[in-house]
Design a protein around this ligand. Sequence first.
Ligand code: PSU
Ligand code: MN
Length: 308
Amino acid sequence: MNLKLEKHLNIAPEVAKALAEGKAVVALESTIIAHGMPYPKNVETAREVEDLIRAQGAVPATIAVLDGVIRIGLDEAALEKLGKADNVAKLSRRDLPLIVAQKGDGATTVAATMICAAMAGISVFATGGIGGVHRGAENDFDISADLEELAKTPVAVVCAGAKSILDLPKTLEFLETRGVPVVGYQTDKFPAFYCRDSGLDAPLTADTATEIAGMLAVQQDLGYQGGAVIANPIPESHAMDRAEMDGVIASALGSATKDGIFGKAITPYLLGKIVELTKGRSLESNIALVKNNAVLAANIAKDLSTLG
Ligand code: PSU
Ligand code: MN
């Protein structure tokens, strides 16, 4: 690793050892902890997700910026700090360099986590949902930087699709234009986070973690620049009713308009509203799907580590 990069990165010993030995490592983001779930469920979930990844025989690396250092792998105190504070910065690609220079703290989004994971040599990342093209983007141009990152940084993101707070058809079109593989895991439908089926087809389908690892290895062999979206439907036991969620999301979007929320604040605002409107039921589903994604990501990372 080059020295200039190294001075900004701190790789936890457990992660550094796994990387040096070519073992499986799974990156995890911190915006989901700081802005995606309420305290203390956020911190509890973060720990449980890490333990699940270890139980599969891979090593978790939760990523965040603390005191201006990009941390790859967080200890208990760091998780607690990020989960508890209400004003941690949300860092996407554009935000990261200034916060590092200012020696500040920040939680990384999917885009920023991909950037940091790639710097550390991690190629598989698990989360809940990716950002995408927002509804009404034809007017306000609100398209998450996650999508551009997926087109240029070689990290596979295992998620439960994207929430229908977004315009899902436009999100898939954008990913197609930028050449990002979107693979439904054991499904030919694109999942919509709380619901197993968005009503849209998954552009590609794979039935095993091994097939997905195979695709990632070929991307690497061919020198492809971008990553991939691995869309893993929420477990049946925790899936929510599509009509109910359509109503909840419409109501959350209505509140956002009324409260004049836009830009980087809109996604955290909507996530909070949805938890409120479903009286916490959506949070349980959210936790279940993140865990399900962590297990799949660990299995993909293990298979990939044998292919390298
Ligand atoms: N979608 C979710 N949960 C999340 C996010 C999105 O269901 O926690 C977070 C992720 O960190 C994602 C970010 O990268 O929001 C996208 O924000 P924006 O739309 O501002 O790019
Ligand atoms: Mn945005």
